[in-house]
Design a protein around this ligand. Sequence first.
Ligand code: NAP
Ligand code: ZN
Ligand code: ZN
Length: 345
Amino acid sequence: MKSHGYAAHDAKSALVPFDFERREPGPKDVVVGIDFCGICHSDIHQVRNEWDNAIYPMVPGHEIVGHVTAVGAEVTKFKVGDLAGVGVMVDSCRVCENCKAEAQPYCEKGMVGTYNAKTYDGELTFGGYSNNIVCDEKYTHTISPKLDLAAVAPLLCAGITTYSPLKHWKVGPSSKVGVVGLGGLGHMALKFAHSFGAHVVQFTTSAGKAEDAKRLGADEVVVTKDANAMQAHARSLDFIIDCVSAPHDMNAYLALLRLNGTLCLVGLPEVPLEIAAFSMVADRRSLSGSMIGGMEETQEMLDYCAEKGIVSDIELTTVDKLPEAYERVVKGDVKYRFVIDLKSL
Ligand code: NAP
Ligand code: ZN
Ligand code: ZN
């Protein structure tokens, strides 16, 4: 199937228009005409080869929403015209213990990423900075027409990546939760933790985001260069979700956990982070990580958002402005997720 999008051809140059082929839809496949695609910081890490795993040409984009334009003969979940979403993965082995437990991101054979990855047949995958995508219905999500479609796009990665660990660690009304970094992931973590009834402390390096953090649901905001404000939260938090994209001092946040508290990393800085043993041993703390979420849980999250009216705060952009959007994401200057309007293709 003919497709058209924007691709990176190396780590240094701007993305450029790119024509490519996708597989012809099979019996269980859905073809989605893409309306909007979010810009995740993972797109930038991979386009710039910061994780040392880039395969070019690379069409990024894994926060995909649009309308179904065709369905295979055996598809039951969708019909032509329905809204649909595709997130960070498009396949997994389906038979390993983790896949059977609906924990597909942790597939033992390795999940198939939506872009910068190869299918089990060795075909390169291409993401959502493009006009269409072909995806098995199991890895395609239904979307409620109640929500603003452009603002739903970031739920497919930023949404599920923060919803899943908050659920796994049972964040609720009795929890005191820290969110580190108010970017795409961070602002969704804040909205979800607030919505689950937790007392939320937002940590930010950007003093200018403090007012927004309150509006988005923070009970307290700490501008992290204020050492006294940091100290005021020492040994007090049950759970911290760390959404920071760049190296930072983990020990400063571990010190804020109370007895048996957990810090969960979802941010993926490109270099190893240093942990002092005393940061862990004191107060019997745990350090963990989490990757997106399973297919059932992603649908649960989308349905929860439809019920509660939760979407991402977005700035719409166009394909010709990608370099500017990337620069602003890297500077932490986006409120709070760029979404590409694919009409601009
Ligand atoms: P983003 O929108 O750029 O947000 C990152 C935030 O981190 C910034 O807004 C900023 O918040 C803070 N920050 C940036 N540089 C910093 C520095 N040097 N020191 C301290 N804080 C800094 O990025 P995102 O799209 O939310 O993604 C965040 C990270 O999660 C990325 O590394 C991405 O690859 C990763 N990710 C992981 C998964 C997963 O499955 N685990 C899924 C998606 C993304 P303030 O201005 O508030 O300080
Ligand atoms: Zn992402
Ligand atoms: Zn598997």
